[in-house]
Design a binder for this molecule. Structure first.
Ligand code: UD1
Length: 419
């Protein structure tokens, strides 16, 4: 098992390049199954989750190849022979469920174990299933699997999502792209990753309008071909480095970003007294020693992202005053708080709220990453804590951050990764 050892260090300084978005590349890899020829996806982040999705697609019979530089992946789905996903892979990553829509639309069947993934509360897939059912699929469930079947091509339908779920919007959009007639998804998610997936699908020959708004119209087509696509930058990785700069009183240019996608994080950092200058494809973050307490409430895009909640809580542990962080998207997303408390943070949880009494002194300790963003929060706290912080279970962190120890080291952090 690997661990990260972080020593109290200097303010971070320099420039860091953000990788392609994990939450874009995963649905895009799933969507490549809809094609009848090879796709090439560029600017992929070479992460555990991306390797799991590669293995999953490969287990179905598709050929999957990473380039030598590990920044490009080619996927050829023309030899798919199997529509059952293996438990060992799906168990590792909830986003595996995104292959259901493409398999159902193209092969008329998919059998997938109920998904695993981050331990952040019960994460149902009922909205995905309701969408497939509205399009004419038959759903059965038992022995830990969900099976969907369609005796003929899926039929376009009007689907209202009770909640703008990112995964359900993506799964239904992919299925609808290769169906008969028109599908309208109402109350759709509007995250940038939805737009990126739609852009890829359109390059493959799909007819999709309105991605990025709450109503997406998809006119099904008869075939989709492989396509080349470059993944958008990871706004959560970028946000995490913005907080890394802020929490260490640093001065960091974060490159290869879409500043618009970072607006909710930028706004909160500015409110906390951090300087953020936006350029065309970068943001420059400068912070002094004094961070102001701010309240945060997570919301679907363009609200404050739940995937940045834990990192901002780490920042607030060092702020002057009391702040409140409210999580509205997931239950159980405060598990990291006990670890932060072991580092001297003063945080009280009440239901879905965390009340943080800021205190400039954090103390290094042995802590455990309980999920991906929780792990990132501990790395950030470790950068600002006196003494040494040792983080175990870092495989969670490496599901979502490319070379985090090397990127931080290049900014001057004292961080070592040990096997
Ligand atoms: C995606 C992201 C994840 C991010 C989340 C919210 C990927 C691979 N993951 O996850 O990093 O934290 O969006 O921005 O892109 N829900 C239901 N029924 C469903 C589906 C979802 O009740 O069928 C609920 C979930 O339990 C959760 C909420 O809706 O409370 C949001 O989930 P969703 O938007 O679907 O998140 P994911 O797509 O799983």
């Amino acid at each position: 098992m690997s661990r990260l050892i972080i020593s109290y260090g200097v303010p971070l300084k320099g420039e860091v390049r953000i990788s392609g978005a994990k939450n874009s590349v995963l649905p895009i890899m799933a969507a490549s199954l809809l094609a009848d020829s090879q796709s090439i996806i560029e600017e992929i982040p070479y992460l555990n989750d991306v390797r799991v999705m590669g293995d999953l697609i490969n287990s179905l019979g598709a050929s999957v190849n990473f380039s030598n530089t590990k920044t490009t992946i080619s996927i050829n789905p023309s030899e798919i022979s199997n529509t059952t996903a293996p438990y060992e892979l799906v168990n590792k990553m909830r986003a595996s469920f995104l292959i259901m829509g493409p398999l159902l639309a193209k092969y008329g069947a998919a059998k997938i174990p109920l998904p695993g993934g981050c331990a952040i509360g019960s994460r149902p897939v009922d909205l995905h299933i309701k969408g497939f059912s509205a399009m004419g699929a038959e759903i059965t469930q038992g022995h830990g699997y969900i099976e969907v079947k369609a005796s003929s091509r899926l039929k376009g339908s009007k689907i209202y999502l009770d909640f703008p779920s990112v995964g359900a919007t993506e799964n239904i959009m992919m299925a609808a792209a290769l169906s008969d007639g028109q599908t309208i998804i109402e109350n759709a998610a509007i995250e940038p990753e939805i737009v990126d997936l739609a852009t890829y699908l359109v390059t493959m020959g799909a007819d999709i309008k309105g991605a990025g708004t709450d109503t997406i119209r998809i006119n099904g087509v008869d075939r989709l071909h492989g396509a080349n696509h470059t993944v958008i930058p990871d706004r959560i990785e970028a946000g995490t480095y913005m907080v890394a700069a802020a929490i260490t009183g640093g001065d960091v240019k974060i490159d290869n970003v879409v500043p618009d996608h970072l607006k909710p994080v930028t706004a909160k950092l500015r409110e906390a007294g951090v300087e953020v200058a936006e350029e065309l494809t970068s943001v420059h973050v400068k912070a002094g020693d004094n961070i102001k307490a701010v309240d945060i409430k997570t919301h679907p895009y363009p609200g404050f992202p739940t995937d940045m909640q834990a990192q901002m809580t780490s920042l607030m542990t060092r702020a002057e005053g009391t702040s409140m962080v409210i999580e509205t998207i997931f239950e159980n997303r405060f598990m990291y708080v006990n670890e932060l408390k072991r580092m001297g943070a003063n945080i009280k949880i009440e239901g879905r709220s965390a009340i943080i009494e800021g205190n400039p002194t954090l103390l290094g300790a042995q802590v455990k990453a309980t999920d991906l963003r929780a792990g990132a929060a501990l790395v950030l706290a470790g950068l600002a804590a006196e003494g040494i912080t040792e983080i175990t279970d870092i495989e969670h962190i490496e599901r979502g951050y490319v070379e985090i120890h090397n990127k931080l080291k290049s900014l001057g952090a004292k961080i070592v990764r040990e096997e």
